[in-house]
Design a protein. Structure first.
Length: 370
């Protein structure tokens, strides 16, 4: 019986092919598209998508164009020759561990690696600060690591002002991404080729105190858990302890905390130190100023009267990331505007603006019927 010739859409990968399988996986996972759904969009079988991503077969040009359109990139995005951080080789620390599925984490990592690619592209034109995090020995406690970082960054003994700006000036790339990208993860940190990256969401940034604590929590992971590959409740508690010790050092709190639970006093103190009254109640328990039962009653009262959204981040300048945006502005002033960056990344200028946190300048059009 005569056999049909092999499909031209699924030819073996020839030597020297320019197709990079990991980039297809990256683009698909970033948008949260399954292999089955992608296959339907580009009119191939799910098995074909799997073979493309495994490097067994290479998509023909026509299929590559359809893949690019479906995944909102340019066909050249899938080419070899550009720096690539494979999402399956990057370790990260995630918040919301119980709700985050493996697919949620992979999607978040795909976002982080694209942010890293943008930072890498910018460094062709602008020198970003080198990563400046101290190395802490195994077994270092969260409080000890917090003290080491304060000393290493030459921070004063009082409140840490402009935490995000401080982190960015030490080479940590911070980005706020929409919930649609990392909803289940909420916030996470990762190191991509020696560049530390912290990603958070509007759910964190809507309240400056929560945002600052989340950033400090992720810095704790970067210091204490770089070699940890599996998330656990224990390391999350250690990162929380680091954040508390970094933002509100024990010695300073012993001098500043009231002798008894006074929510009005804690609210004033929290605004000075850039932390929530709730976290200061917890600090009072830790420093022996109050009991767990009194703290529980205080939490209940705070939940009834405290508006978590009443403290806008704008009241605390230096807490929203600006490093990448400022670098892009400087690159634009020196011959590399956003279209040039988009060309380097093989994505649309709109996506670059989105990664930089810029609003799309194009007018929103709608069809008028009737």
């Amino acid at each position: 019986m005569r056999k049909d010739p092999p499909s031209l859409f699924d030819l073996p990968v020839p030597a020297g092919s320019r197709f990079e399988p990991a980039r297809l996986t990256h683009a698909r996972v970033r948008l949260g598209v399954s292999k089955t759904d992608l296959a339907a969009k580009v009119n191939v079988s799910p098995a074909a998508i799997g073979q493309y991503e495994a490097g067994v077969n290479s998509p023909r040009a026509e299929v590559l164009d359809r893949l690019a359109k479906a995944l909102e990139v340019r066909p050249e995005f899938f080419s070899v020759g550009r720096p690539l951080a494979r999402i399956d080789s990057v370790n990260a620390h995630f918040r919301s561990l119980r709700s985050a599925r493996v697919s949620d984490r992979q999607k978040a990592l795909a976002t982080a690696t694209l942010v890293w690619e943008l930072a890498f592209a910018l460094e062709r034109y602008v020198k970003l600060p080198d990563a400046d995090l101290p190395v802490v020995a195994t077994g270092t406690t969260p409080a000890e690591a917090a003290a080491v970082l304060r000393w290493h960054w030459n921070l004063p003994e009082g409140p840490v002002k402009h935490l995000v700006a401080n982190a960015e000036s030490r080479g940590i790339v911070v980005a706020v991404r929409p919930l649609s990208e990392i909803d289940a993860v909420d916030a996470f940190s990762v190191v991509v080729l020696d560049r530390p990256i912290i990603i958070t969401t509007p759910r964190r940034t809507e309240n400056v105190f929560k945002h600052r604590f989340s950033i400090a929590h992720e810095i704790g992971h970067l210091l204490l858990h770089r070699e940890v590959t599996e998330p656990t409740a224990t390391i999350e508690k250690e990162a929380d302890a680091f954040a508390a010790a970094f933002l509100t050092p024990a010695a300073a709190m012993d001098a500043a905390l009231p002798q008894r639970l006074d929510l009005a006093a804690l609210n004033r103190l929290g605004r000075t130190w850039g932390v929530s009254p709730t976290s200061l109640v917890r600090r009072m328990v830790e420093r022996g100023r109050t009991t767990e039962s009194s703290a529980r009653r205080a939490y209940q009262r705070l939940n009834a009267v405290y508006d978590a959204k009443a403290d806008p981040t704008s009241a605390y300048p230096g807490e929203m990331p600006t490093l990448l945006k400022k670098a892009a502005d400087l690159a634009g002033d020196n011959g590399a505007p956003i279209p040039v960056l988009a060309e380097a990344l093989k994505v649309s200028p709109a996506l670059v603006r989105d990664l930089l946190g810029e609003a799309d300048p194009r007018p929103a059009l709608r069809l008028v019927v009737g």
